[in-house]
Write a protein that binds this ligand. Structure first.
Ligand SMILES: [Zn+2]
Length: 386
């Protein structure tokens, strides 16, 4: 069936008005990692106030996209090699980079530590900047380190990345624990206690079920789509969507074509094996691995898809979990490319337009764009025991 949403997006006055009035929250942007791997002076020499075609993100495009709150990601650990360093050192370095980035562009960006901060910063016309950690390896099996990350401003942690770690199985690695270990359960409860959002993106379906069984607070999937539409283990199956609905949490839809269509998922499912193979080669540096990853992606093109596919995932989650349980988690600068009409951070208004074209009312569009995330964040804060 031809999808008219994929042809051309005409932004109407109404869509722009709704978009500008909403607090648009994006759950996942990997720009800090891209800057960090360029070396210690990369942030100084980069001018994010100008268009940066090399990236999917810069300040002019964030402003055009009407982004109200952006989670910037500090990667906890990139695979099995350490280059003589621990997982936490990479993560802390990227957290520091996010702090420096918001200081450097303080006329536009401001760090937010709470839902109230997001509302206040948005009122000032700035972009609320939040920190998420991707990869629980960064806590080095220590709850005290998790608490320290909270103090550094971290407000969510993705429990693992592409690897199974000591206490949780990854969706894209061999399962060693059948989900979460006892310590993994303690991590989730400690995150509940301090008010850090638990992110189930990247973990195995069994681990997702364990988290939903244990967590006392609503959870998020910061950048995952629906398994029923694209059978990637990175996506969320329907039974878990139903549990998330009961838990009060949200799934923030990922824009990567390899997670959006069945054909895309089938091709990209082979990527993880290759990635683990690269990561097991201790002679390769992060940069070399990145280059080889890019080469693989070039040699295994994923069929083109478009914004309508992203909205199909939103609609599926609405159908299975309900309108209160979906949001946006682009994964920009962590994905090789976005769908047509969602190529970079300037494109968020197109989502509002397609939702409007499909008959969604302003109240419900607001929920998808950011309202649902704000509710979850406030609930997690409210349940924290300070
Ligand atoms: Zn990710």
């Amino acid at each position: 069936m031809e999808n008219i949403d994929n042809k051309e997006i005409q932004l109407t006055e109404e869509a722009l008005r709704i978009h500008r009035a909403a607090i648009v929250v994006d759950g996942h942007n990997d720009l800090p990692y891209k800057i960090r791997i360029k070396g210690p002076s990369a942030l100084e020499t980069l001018d994010l106030m100008k268009n940066q075609p090399e990236y999917q993100t810069d300040i002019p495009r964030l402003l055009k996209g009407g982004v109200g709150a952006q989670f910037w990601i500090a990667v906890g650990w990139m695979g099995k090699q350490g280059n003589g360093r621990s997982g936490s050192s990479y993560c802390i370095e990227e957290i520091e980079l996010i702090h420096k980035m918001t200081e450097k562009y303080s006329s536009v960006l401001e760090l937010a530590y709470s839902a109230d901060d997001i509302i206040r910063i948005r009122r000032q016309g700035k972009i609320a900047s939040l920190i998420g950690i991707e990869g629980g390896k960064a806590i080095e099996n220590t709850l005290g380190v998790l608490d320290a990350y909270y103090r550094l401003g971290v407000r969510y942690m993705t429990l693992t990345l592409s690897d199974t770690i000591d206490w949780v199985d990854s969706a894209t690695d061999i399962a060693r624990h059948g989900g979460l270990t006892k310590f993994g359960e303690e991590v989730v409860l400690e995150m509940n206690r301090i008010g850090m959002l638990v992110d189930i993106s990247h973990i195995s379906a069994e681990a997702m079920r364990d988290v939903l069984r244990v967590s006392q607070s609503p959870i998020i999937a910061s950048h995952s789509s629906a398994f029923a539409l694209a059978a990637s283990t990175r996506n969320v199956p329907d039974d878990i969507l139903q549990s998330i609905s009961k838990n009060g949490g949200i799934v923030m839809v990922n824009f990567f074509p390899g997670f959006l269509t069945q054909e895309g998922a089938e091709i990209f499912n082979h990527f993880w094996e290759y990635l683990h193979y690269l990561q097991s080669d201790r002679s390769l540096s992060d940069n070399e691995i990145n280059k080889l990853e890019d080469k693989w992606v070039e040699e295994h093109p994923i069929p083109k898809c478009a914004i309508g596919d992203v909205v199909n995932h939103i609609e599926h989650i609405v159908k299975v979990a309900g309108i209160d349980h979906v949001g946006l988690g682009s994964d920009f600068d962590g994905i090789p490319s976005g769908p047509d009409h969602l190529e970079d951070v300037s494109c968020f208004p197109n989502i509002t337009q397609v939702l409007l074209n499909r008959g969604y009312k302003e109240e419900n569009i607001n929920k998808i764009l950011g309202g649902n995330f704000m509710r979850v964040f406030q609930s997690v804060e409210g349940k924290a025991k300070k």
